[in-house]
Ligand binder design. Structure first.
Ligand SMILES: Cc1ncc(C[n+]2csc(CCOP(=O)(O)OP(=O)(O)O)c2C)c(N)n1
Ligand code: SF4
Length: 280
């Protein structure tokens, strides 16, 4: 199974989006080939930003929505047809500026959907302004004297928002990203993966991350304790942890809302006359 399309990839050469695209592509191709998931059940959703083009490059059902609105679409798709597998892509501007509240609500509801954050800590598409994840002091087109704000820590924020799968990868390590994405696919509940994604044009962090990232699973870390995960999420400096910070199985939003009922298949379509009479 080859999920490539014939669209010309438009990212700058060396952009971290390539690593994310390739890692997820190989994981989905394998899952489909091995019969774990059906190609037609996957629905990709992306918002606005350089990363948002990603849905054009997979031969899969997809929806390109407005800036910041990926999470409500994922939730709606899953509720409407629970047999689908919604996978969302968001930028750091998308997830934590325009769409901040949606990102928190999808996590606390434990919707059974996946969310991949392309964190380049800059607005790429609009040519290099700072975002809520840009480091303090970061000089950008919109902060020529340095960013005065404290950055958001996506891992900490998702943990306290009660996400049931929280992980971090680096787009420069495709093999490790493949491992994280295949664990993400296995999780039943809200799965959040932050990917450290250098924007080689406006914020080239490739060398910075390459020298600092290490893998949690190569230490004796177990991703089962919330307090420990919270503590680990704060580690950022000479060493930056990647891997799975936290994982827990809990009833999903769909389990609670649908109570086993599949509204897509089991509910009959209401008579249009009744609907019109109710509102007119
Ligand atoms: C509501 C709204 N505000 C602002 C914009 C303008 N806009 C388009 S893309 C973008 C930045 C995207 O940055 P990010 O989400 O970090 O993705 P990247 O381009 O870095 O991949 C902005 C501000 C918009 N399209 N809609
Ligand atoms: S501007 Fe940055 S994020 Fe956008 S394609 Fe180029 S390198 Fe990638």
């Amino acid at each position: 199974m080859n999920l490539s399309t014939d669209r010309k990839i438009q990212w700058c050469p060396g952009c971290g989006n390539f690593g994310i695209y390739n890692a997820l592509k190989s994981v989905l191709e394998k899952e489909i080939d091995e019969g774990h998931i059906k190609k037609e059940d996957i629905v990709l959703v992306s918002g606005i930003g350089c990363y948002g083009y990603i849905t054009n490059y997979y031969h899969l059902n997809s929806f390109h929505t407005i800036h910041g609105r990926v999470p409500p679409l994922l939730t709606g798709i899953k509720l409407a047809n629970p047999s689908l597998i919604p996978i969302g892509f968001v930028g750091d501007g998308d997830a934590f500026a325009e769409g901040m509240s949606h990102t928190i609500h999808v996590a606390r509801r434990n919707s059974n959907v996946k969310l991949i954050l392309h964190n380049n800590a800059v607005y790429g598409l609009t040519t290099g302004q700072f975002t809520p994840t840009s480091p303090k002091g970061f000089k950008s087109r919109s902060t020529p004297y340095g960013n005065p704000e404290n950055p958001i820590n996506p891992i900490t924020l998702m943990l306290v928002s009660q996400a049931t799968f929280v992980a971090r990868g680096f787009s420069g390590d495709i093999k490790h990203l493949q491992y994280i994405f295949s664990e993400m696919m296995k999780h039943r509940g809200f799965a959040f993966v932050e990917v450290l994604q250098p924007c080689v044009t406006f914020n080239n962090t490739y060398q910075f991350y390459k020298e600092r990232v290490y893998k949690l699973e190569e230490t004796n870390y177990e991703p089962t304790e919330f307090g420990l995960a919270l503590q680990k999420s704060l580690e950022w400096g000479e060493k930056i942890p990647t891997g799975i910070f936290y994982k827990k199985e809990l009833p999903t939003y769909e389990d609670l809302v649908l109570r086993g009922e599949d509204i897509f298949y089991e509910r009959s379509v209401p008579d249009l006359k009744d609907v019109i009479n109710e509102f007119v």
